[in-house]
Write a protein that binds this ligand. Structure first.
Ligand SMILES: *Cc1c(COP(=O)(O)O)cnc(C)c1O
Length: 412
């Protein structure tokens, strides 16, 4: 591990205190021009004694604005201390989690996986438009039918048509013949450039796409494409449980990756992560953003710097090996639950390196599924699947209790 070490709470506090000291101090000197200040001190009392032991809460009170992207070009100097910590997070995740060479990626903390996926589509749409002098009508997004709906949102916002690819009902794997069919259909509709979204674990199943299923077809037809990996759910699990997959920057065809620290990492909401190889972010440069120092190349404008600090603290508290142990524990519990389902002949889908179990709705009583708040694949009509996500709070007690309520379906 290059960067991902364990730091004690005191070491973290020291680092964050130092970073906050390098940011603007509104109470000292003269800060007349920035439309920003600390949190309102009539409401958020900044002398509360517990703040001295809580560097994240101190950061919230200081309220740094991390507007823009801090891995390239200039940035607002007022918040340079905490921006440096955000840069560390981006570099740590790119290199130590996702196998990029050092200083190879740009990135920023987004509002969530949705924004990071939209940022990817925005960059690649502009890339094809600028490099090939083409309109959005000639560009297609291709992604499996199990892909998160944020890609449908991106398709709508950026005016790039989405072409879903079918997956096998049982294995949830991409159907190669359908990839070919979908691409040929897109060509017929005048699409010539492809934005491919590969899932590093889908939201409903935890299934993982093999990128080569897409790229082999696109290469055979000599079609230009950009490949984005949606790791919003699996990005903090799969690279650890399955090192050497083709869904990291070790695969030269992967240009960008979405992660979501507010899912498996249990960070506060507002901690998506967008990572992209250098050279691509400038395609979304907004020239009109004159009042911001540096390049405004992110979908969100102002955003809280405290979010980057929260992600950094979680990563530094565990260290790589601590995180690996946590993932192993979650996978063991998932294994145990799957075995209990097998013993009862209850059908389900589970990727062996992921912590999601999608149970066949026909094989579980609705009342049991609802009692344990299993999530259905649809809220309209009758569901086909109910999923369990084995998070930190889903312990053996809870799983045993759940399993004790299960009956073997007679239909089997
Ligand atoms: C949750 C999720 C998203 C969207 O993330 P938000 O943080 O809710 O915006 C996108 N893709 C996948 C695979 C997800 O699991």
């Amino acid at each position: 591990m290059q960067y991902w070490k364990k730091l004690t709470a005191a070491e973290q506090d020291h680092r964050i205190t130092h970073a906050l000291e390098q940011n603007i101090n509104y109470s000292q000197g003269f800060s007349l021009g920035v439309p920003a200040s600390t949190l309102d001190d009539k409401v958020f009392y900044d002398k509360a004694p517990f703040l001295k032991d809580a560097p994240l809460l101190r950061t919230y009170v200081h309220n740094p604005n991390h507007i823009g992207c801090h891995t390239l070009g200039e940035s607002e100097p007022f918040f340079r201390g905490t921006q440096e910590i955000e840069r560390e997070v981006i570099e740590l995740l790119s290199v130590d989690m996702l196998c990029a060479p050092e200083q190879h990626c740009d990135g920023y903390i987004t509002a969530g996986g949705t924004e990071a996926n939209m940022q990817a589509v925005w960059v690649y749409r502009n890339y094809f438009q600028q490099e090939f002098k083409e309109s959005a009508e000639s560009i297609a997004i291709i992604a499996s039918e199990d892909t998160h709906y944020s890609l449908a949102k991106a398709s709508n916002v950026f005016g790039v048509e989405l072409f879903p690819v079918k997956v096998d009902v049982e294995s949830r794997k991409l159907i190669i013949a359908d990839v070919e069919k979908v691409i040929k259909n897109a060509l017929k509709k005048g699409k010539r450039y492809f934005i491919v979204i590969a899932n590093m674990a889908t939201t409903m199943f935890g299934s993982v796409d093999d990128t080569s299923v897409y790229t082999s077809v696109l290469e055979k037809l000599s079609l230009p494409f950009k490949l984005h990996v949606d790791g919003a759910f699996g990005g903090f699990i799969y690279p650890v449980s399955e090192p050497g997959s083709n869904l990291t920057f070790a695969n030269s065809q992967v240009s960008s990756i979405t992660l979501d620290a507010h899912k498996m990492l249990q960070a506060p909401y507002g901690t998506g992560v967008f990572l992209i190889r250098k050279g691509l972010m400038p395609y979304v440069y907004t020239e009109e953003a004159q009042y911001v120092n540096g390049m405004d190349i992110t979908l969100s404008g102002s955003r809280s710097g405290a979010n980057a600090i929260a992600v950094w603290m979680i990563l530094q508290t565990y260290g790589y090996y601590g995180w690996q142990e946590k993932i192993e524990t979650l996978l063991k519990r998932t294994d145990w639950c799957c075995k209990a389902l097998d013993e009862r002949s209850i059908r389900y889908y589970r990727h062996p390196k992921m912590n999601i179990i999608a149970i066949c709705a026909a094989d579980i009583e609705k009342a049991v599924a609802e009692k344990y708040f299993l999530v259905p694949d649809t809220h309209h009509g009758s569901p086909n699947w109910y999923k369990i996500v084995v998070m930190d709070h889903v312990g053996m007690e809870q799983l045993k209790d759940f399993v004790s309520q299960l009956k073997s379906p007679i239909s089997n």
